[in-house]
Design a protein around this ligand. Sequence first.
Ligand code: TRP
Length: 464
Amino acid sequence: MLSNQAGEGKRASLHGHWSSKMAFILAVTGSAVGLGNIWKFPYIAGQNGGGAFVLVYLVCTVVIGMPVMMSEILIGRRGRRNPVATMELLGKEEGSSGHWRWVGVLGVIGGSLILSYYSVIAGWTLGYVVKSASGVFVGASVEAVGAEFKNFVGDWRIIGFCHTLFMALTVFVVTRGVERGLEQAVRFMVPALLVLMLVLLGYSMNSGYFGQGLSFMFSIPESCMTLAPECPLTWDSVLAALGQAFFTLSIGMGAIMAYGAYLPEDTSITGASAAVVTADTGIAILAGLAIFPLVFANGLDPADGPGLVFQTLPLAFGQMAGGVFFSTIFFVLLSFAAWTSAIGLMEPAVAWVVEHFNKTRAQASLLIGGLIWFIGFGSVLSFNVLADTTFLAGTLFDNVDYLTSSIILPLGGLLITVFAGWVMCRNSTADELGSAGTLYKAWRVLVRFIAPIGILFILINAIT
Ligand code: TRP
């Protein structure tokens, strides 16, 4: 078997290694924790009716997300190249085909498309840093906060400028490679974000509507428990939940594979994955628990969409003692969280251009960044000039989001599980996961049967 040769002659990465296991966990956590947890999870859960959606999301995270994440890391570490080259190399090495590189290509495209709108929303958080600091939210009414948001996103020049600023910051870090400073940033940012989420949670618990928020998030209609036809959860919602699990964990597009390429041999892939999945899911749930009581306390609509966080949290901060301070810090931290994620979103494309076209990191990130910046204007305009131009899934922004979260990520995840479970031989995966014990067997059952069949089943049901 060719694969055994790879197992013995371990490859070195072309881009340097993480300084430690902790550094790797921090980097992956930094990529996972972002707008997906705090901005996207609450509004998607709100649009899909709460409880039943949250349950499906949690099940998808454990049963599909976790094994896919482990697969991506192990593939990345074994290949030690950019996702495109890694898939091609391992595909050949495992006696299959170099065409597996298309999985990497799909990831490069998916990541770039996600970043095109991610940067726009991250631009909003930058804008909200300034708004918070200016004190406009102090004692503001629901209507005032809502109007503030509508005016803000209604002006394409302002949010276009914020998007430009955010992309520039992202390109700046990516140019400099795997950065020590980034590890430091994540080490501080994630705990600080956690503390501020707890402050918000405390406020929500005292809003008098905590019970209502809790029940919105966790109570499941009787009809769904018995799988009766009256259950309001549609296959579209199930696909949205699956897509959200992929999106928030940064999986399905080779980003984690790219990070895995820099992982030292002796790090436990299972342990690292479990840590990241726990932190990421915990922060999303916390965000939901902080936001939904505020939604109900202020008579807002949980299905309001992408503006949800920007219309609830400033309201809460505006009524808190020290609100200007907390609110400013919160949006600074959220911008940081988005920044560390954006870097991860660009990494597969940049690593690929560097290796494939023989460019410097700076050239590659300017090229890719410029392209993504340009595409991002489609999303900038979706909230103002082109707000009424809708097709298929909605505005241009809605379509890019649907195409990436609901199609590209699950499809990428499906192909990754098939590759790790069926194409790679047992020896290769057992070698990377470091055992052939019970845990390994469980992973293999999940990755060979449960995850691919589950993804396929959901995709087919939702699309037909
Ligand atoms: N997980 C990120 C978030 O929740 C977004 C994201 C999706 C991402 N795919 C990624 C980040 C790949 C880095 C790499 O905000």
